[in-house]
Design a protein around this ligand. Structure first.
Ligand code: NAP
Length: 281
């Protein structure tokens, strides 16, 4: 194995420490930050994430409530909950957990989240503001990719970046943030012809397809930086990324799954809750 491991654990701990300090200041000023997570699924992985976010929030001194509407929830139920939480002055951050009941699109529902409380940047207004350079919360996973690159001092400007995945929550915002930092960016998706030929051009390759081990040694240029966003459940209850671990033989740097982008995402989400609380009148 040659690649430097881009662990997110220390970075996440530092971000959480900062968020905890900010949360304590806000609490002392009579504005204890509070995050609300809305779920409408009985998916086990989702339930695990919602619980683990709760324990991270508690450690950072951030209040946390789960609104579990169950898998039979309608879009109207979810929107009404989001609208109510948006109007609640004690709540500063709101997230909607995926997966959603069949056929519902996150972007449509997330339009009911007040952009000032949209700490995971899912409201189309937040995304539009982000794309046009106006202040907005970036989707935490996309921001985590950039934070990880910065932590390891991996230059972005002028580099060729390839993002595999074009979802509104991960692929597109990652591509945008890389573009904003002056990378030359390509986005791949399921209809991309000869994926390996495109990804092998990358100085920085971000895999966000949700397809276990999609990216193998044949997809990566020697010395490239590879950020693995994928989280794919295995039959034995584990988790693997979108990148085959053998890529470490070729890449210059590789983020692990678990322990790479994931913990940084959670930490940034908590930081964004404190920022939302600080910005609340
Ligand atoms: P998604 O909405 O399912 O989007 C997946 C994207 O990947 C789509 O654009 C799809 O193309 C593309 N894709 C799928 N298979 C492909 C293939 N064989 N070749 C090329 N492109 C392919 O998923 P998402 O919500 O963006 O999440 C992506 C991954 O990140 C998932 O594993 C998810 O669990 C993980 N994730 C991790 C974190 C974290 O904090 N670590 C947070 C969020 C998500 P089309 O558009 O053509 O369908």
């Amino acid at each position: 194995m040659n690649a430097v491991t881009l662990s997110g654990r220390e970075l996440a701990a530092d971000i959480r420490t900062g968020a905890a300090a900010r949360a304590a200041e806000l609490a002392a000023a009579g504005r204890p930050p509070r995050l609300a997570a809305v779920t409408a699924t009985d998916d086990e992985a989702s339930a695990w994430y919602v619980r683990s976010l709760g324990s991270s929030a508690a450690k950072a001194g951030i209040g946390y409530d789960v609104y579990d509407l169950g898998p039979a929830a309608t879009a109207e139920d979810i929107e009404a909950t989001l609208a109510r939480l948006s109007g609640d002055p004690a709540v500063h951050g709101i997230i909607v957990q995926s997966p959603l009941p069949g056929g519902m699109r996150l972007a449509g529902l997330a339009a009911a989240i007040d952009p000032a409380k949209d700490v995971d940047g899912t409201n189309p207004v937040s995304l539009g503001r982000l794309m046009t350079g106006l202040p907005a919360f970036a989707p935490a996973t996309a921001a985590a990719v950039i934070s990880l690159l910065d932590r390891y001092r991996i230059a972005i400007e002028g580099r060729r970046a390839v993002v595999v995945g074009r979802s509104a929550v991960v692929g597109k915002p990652v591509a945008h943030l890389l573009l904003d930092r002056d990378a030359t960016v390509s986005i791949c998706h399921s209809r991309t012809r000869d994926l390996a030929a495109v990804t092998a051009q990358a100085d920085i390759l971000v895999a966000a397809a949700g397809h276990a081990r999609l990216i193998g040694t044949g997809h990566v240029a020697r010395g490239a930086t590879v950020i693995d966003v994928g989280t794919n459940a295995t039959s034995d209850g584990g988790m693997v990324g979108d990148v085959d671990p053998e890529v470490a033989e070729i890449a210059g740097a590789l983020s692990p799954v678990p322990g790479g982008v994931g913990p940084v995402t959670t930490a940034l989400l908590l930081r964004q809750v404190t920022e939302a609380a600080a910005g609340a009148a």
